[in-house]
Write a protein that binds this ligand. Sequence first.
Ligand code: S3P
Length: 170
Amino acid sequence: MNIILIGYMGVGKTSLGKRLANRLEMEFVDTDQLIETREGCSIETIFANKGESYFRKLEQEVVNELRLKDNLLISTGGGMPCFNNLMGVLNDMGLTIYLKRSAKELANRLIKSKKKRPLVVNKNYNELVTFIDEMLIKRAPYYEAAQIVADRTMQTVTDLELQINDFKNK
Ligand code: S3P
């Protein structure tokens, strides 16, 4: 079985994904990193030189490859489930987990983050909160289609691990 972490930028998919992969003895894959390695440049450069729709095509290609594999813990890019009907595909590939935080919390985390994210770069805290609020309204229907919705302010890694094991034993 694969486990697929989805959720907004800055929610902590990659760091949690690495920890969970270790604990559950699964292979960790980060779709943004995979795309950067393949293209030989950063996501920021891909957006700047080739545009967002080119990036979304790359995401689709990556999903089509990963869906053939097993025992992966996949951390996805924040927009992946919301384009090209990929949420349905992700749900078919394994156990999808939506990691959820409030817009304010996400803005705080994104302001501190060193990772360059083209969609939110150059925004101050207040602009970020408004932007995230608006985007979450559009993205929520996709994210909420996940098989597990995990509130990251409330749930620890151990809580999540228990939920995953419950799901596996069903
Ligand atoms: C994006 C999220 C980013 C990255 C790209 C677009 C988005 O991934 O894929 O900048 O549309 O939300 P993270 O969620 O890992 O930051």
